[in-house]
Write a protein that binds this ligand. Sequence first.
Ligand SMILES: O=C(O)CCC(=O)C(=O)O
Ligand SMILES: [Fe+2]
Length: 236
Amino acid sequence: MEETLAPPKKFDPNNDPAKLSKISKFVTKRLAANSLVVDVEAPGVQLYVYQGFLGPADCKILIDKIDADAVPSTLYKGTEQAGFRTSYSCHLSRWDPDVGRIEARMSDVLGIDNDFAETMQGQRYQVGQEFKAHHDFFHPAQDYWQQEGPAGGQRSWTAMIFLNEPEEGGNTEFPNIGIGVRPQAGMLLIWNNMNMDGTLNYKTLHSGTPVQKGTKYIITKWYRQNNWLELTTPKS
Ligand SMILES: O=C(O)CCC(=O)C(=O)O
Ligand SMILES: [Fe+2]
């Protein structure tokens, strides 16, 4: 495990600290200028909340889509572990008008071109379901990096929206920094998976803790170092 968690040793254009640092700085400045965005001031991790980002009608639209399309969640090849991610999830197409509209608002908050984002995911956790502690950034020593590296490069920022409030459990926890975020319907949670110098921030380790009562619905959006859409759309 040590080996696979090690930062990249030699320069890899798909995990480029200079580019990632530029994105870190740009987004940080933009978030600081937005009075609706609150800096959680977590030690060693840039973590932000935007309460009431999404209204109840839009939360419901996304919840209905998740219920219609969710299938058991997956993990990257080579990292599969039974019981690690037991939620159900689905892709939310950017070409769907409601999804596109909501994504555009999210990307505008961060100031990143939405084409840099992967297809957004919807997730549903029922009682007992969870996503154990992980990093959202890619570990370049893992096999999946051969495919994911050229397909957009490293993941920079994560944006997540809680669509409802499970009655018990289902917090998003960052064990390295002692922070647990309680789901609040419509709340946008944003964090930087990188340090300001563009290196991987290992303190961003986080989990979706088991839901104890009720159901938890969220959407998760991961931004890449490069233009994900362009790099993953087959050339005709
Ligand atoms: O369910 C959560 O609170 C966390 C989800 C998460 O970490 C992810 O989707 O990458
Ligand atoms: Fe995550």
